[in-house]
Design a protein around this ligand. Sequence first.
Ligand code: AMP
Length: 440
Amino acid sequence: MQPHEVTVHLGLGSNLGDRAQHIQQALRHLARVPGVILVRASSLVETPLQGEGPAQGSFLNAVAELRTTLPAAALLGICKALEAAAGRQLPAPRNHPRPLDLDLLFYGDEQIDSKDLVVPHPRWHERDFVTGPLRELGIDVAARPRRAGPRVVTSAGEFAALTSQWSPGGCVVGLVPTMGALHRGHQSLMEIARGECDRVAVTIFVNPLQFGPKEDFAAYPRTLDADLRVGAAAGVDAVFAPDVAQMYDPDFCSHVAVGAAAEGMEGALRPTHFAGVATVVARLFAIARPHRAYFGEKDAQQLAVIRRMTRDLGFPIRVVGCPIVREADGLAMSSRNIYLGAADRAASTVLYRALSSAQLSFRRGDTDRDALVARVRAVLASEPRATVDYVELRREGDLAALPPGPVAGGRLLVAARFVDGPRPVRLLDNLSLLAGPEGS
Ligand code: AMP
């Protein structure tokens, strides 16, 4: 039987050394590999680095079309060997300059999702330096397969099996825990994770343990279909959306109680909340065993609690705090914002105005802790629709209390209630005194 021959498109890039030479050399080597026919290659295009990374020279890129009887894994092995022969150090730090980068864009029409290889390449269609050369080769880019959306799993066992397939072989796994009703704030966490990890999983679970008996567990928005579209757009690899029984056995009775970090502010108003958060996050960490986990600074006390829990229990996981994403008028995005009535929505900008006003006072030299808190309260008092729960100025990072008197920095945190919409809504916000203008 004739071995099956497959058309492959390969992306080539270089931004270190003699860039054109590295690419041409790789093409010459490929053409000599038994079982590989080099059909044609595009011209070289010059592109600056896309995405984050240290300052570095621009790339030369090209796309080659091959026909091959080699299995995808064997072709990948040859690509890795060519990268190494060009002087690329493996494992390569992300987004660092490299003499040669070879990406398997398409392997026939196959969809491959192994620990070493994802085909079609997850982000090929976002990259001009790929789509341009493909068009030059006469490829109908719109008709080419994009990677199917994220794998959706509902069973804890299946999720654990999936993530444990990723880790061996050096894949960096990122976890983004959420309660769903995803918005641009959540999306930014996924995008940050996408930029730093080889595989990203989002979890969507409205966790009953973190809601008090009189809180809105039943009414919390649940929008799984829309959430899956957000996950797909952010290019995540998997969505874990368990029901309560998957997360907690009927006789589940262990809880993670975090001490000082969970006291005061949200902890004072919601006495069981942070034990519920720490417990579910510990459970998710145990199931997924990620290398990195992404949380928003929006919930700054939650972030401090999770950092502390991760450290105290010794999870080998890097907890990454991500900046707050705001609406254009300054309101911090939150799944609960949809429950604000129109007048309360307009009034809700007072939180950010109050925080920004105190930040401005600090920049102008007013460094007294209580005066800065009073500044926030004064602005909040100008809005009768807001009922203030607390205003605090805490130490950056662990949010420990600061002594009275002058401060060199810190984070202002506020919570206020708005009651005129379809449901009462509590809004949280915070701002670092030392933060630059947001969104700049
Ligand atoms: P939630 O679904 O509300 O539990 O939030 C899931 C994660 O998204 C948490 O780490 C939040 O801090 C984060 N998050 C929520 N809103 C925002 C926002 N506006 N900007 C950045 N992160 C956010």
